[in-house]
Design a protein around this ligand. Structure first.
Ligand code: GCU
Length: 356
């Protein structure tokens, strides 16, 4: 049934490379990965500049949190750019007196911790560390090329948009996490909701140091296939938020069926690591049906590595029917556009089950 739905969509082939050859081995996938990254850079998110040779990290403030359960540090990351140094802060919460904890790197809508989308104490109670990046500390969520944006030259058609910039900053946080003894660098998941779910997917696609990539309600230009999307279309998103993307993305407005890519390719770039996609049953704008189908269409990238992608019955799941057996986790929570404690609970359960 799922396969039948996907065939009707006529998605661009995930496992046929630019020369028309079938991609059948992990080695061939590595080359295909580069092609997919290049295509998504050129057509959707823009090209990401090279990472700086090094970063500096300074702990600006350290205190205990949650009645002594955790240590909270405010850390400033600095690095060189083509036009001088740039710096931004992030917050790291680690369970008190524990070393080598698995961690979440959470892209946040607001600077406050915890907040309505971030149950920080519960995360700590599960033994995870939590790195929190407030996205507008990097550059504003607007068409102003401010903050980090004015530190890099940008090509109108193929230069990075704001999603690419936030993703790049998250990778700089990862640079720092890998130096901290409180963190198990082999188990760091990047997570975000909505526009920051799109950002988490793009960051995790490019940066293979993340063991897992989590998108909540990322929808259009995130986990949801563009073809047949009954919620937000490319035209809607590029008209309202052109600055999230590269200029070329506009050319696909109302032409989704002609796109040489679709969002299953973005999802597949998490393979063979962990991927999790979740959404609310009443979040039609994010099109949960197409998020699920995107996961199904990305699955072959895991199978190529001898791993199951989505594992479950041959139909779209209902609410509270999480799919946790394969390496692509998925659930639908009852309700609207939100990053709920319920979602976090499922994400943590999946990580605990797979030890990633
Ligand atoms: C808008 C936008 C979505 C986005 C959402 C959000 O609704 O159209 O693409 O995901 O904002 O970030 O909350």
């Amino acid at each position: 049934m799922i396969q039948g739905l996907l065939e009707k969509m006529k998605l661009p082939a995930l496992l046929i490379n630019c020369k028309g050859e079938a991609v059948q081995s992990p080695a061939a996938w590595q080359a295909r990965r580069q092609e997919l990254l290049e295509m998504l850079s050129r057509e959707q998110f823009g090209h990401t500049p090279a990472a700086p040779a090094s970063i500096q990290a300074e702990v600006e403030k350290q205190e205990t949190a949650f009645g002594g359960k955790a240590v909270q540090r405010r850390i400033r990351i600095s690095f060189d750019t083509p036009v001088g140094a740039f710096s931004f802060p992030y917050v790291l919460l680690t369970p008190a007196e524990k070393m080598e904890c698995p961690a979440f790197l959470s892209l946040n809508f607001v600077p406050d911790i915890p907040n309505h989308c971030l149950p920080a104490e519960e995360v700590i109670d599960h033994g995870f560390a939590l790195a929190v990046l407030y996205y507008q500390d990097v550059t504003s969520d607007s068409g102003e090329w401010d903050g980090m944006a004015c530190h890099y030259p940008r090509d109108e058609r193929t230069g990075w948009g704001k999603i690419g910039m936030w993703a790049f900053a998250a990778s700089r946080v990862m640079d720092d996490l890998l130096t901290r003894p409180e963190i198990d660098g082999s188990r760091v998941a990047i997570t975000g909701h909505s526009r920051l779910g799109k950002t988490a997917l793009w960051c995790g696609a490019q940066d293979e140091r993340f063991s897992m990539v989590i998108s909540n309600a990322s929808g259009c230009a995130g986990a949801a296939l563009a073809r047949g999307n009954t919620g937000e279309r490319v035209k809607n998103i590029i008209d309202r938020f052109p600055f999230w993307f590269c200029g070329n993305y506009r050319s696909w407005a109302n032409r989704e069926d002609e796109m040489p890519f679709d969002q299953h390719m973005l999802l597949a770039l998490a393979a063979p690591r962990g991927l999790y996609v979740s959404s609310g049953s009443q979040d039609g704008w994010a099109c949960p049906e197409n998020e699920f189908l995107g996961c199904a269409a990305a699955g072959p990238a895991w199978q190529l590595h001898g791993k199951a992608g989505l594992a479950g019955p041959d139909q779209a799941p209902g609410v509270h029917q999480p799919l946790h057996e394969g390496w692509i986790g998925h659930h639908i929570r009852p309700g609207t556009h939100f990053f709920s404690r319920t979602d976090w609970g499922y994400h943590m359960a999946f990580r605990e089950k797979h030890n990633i």
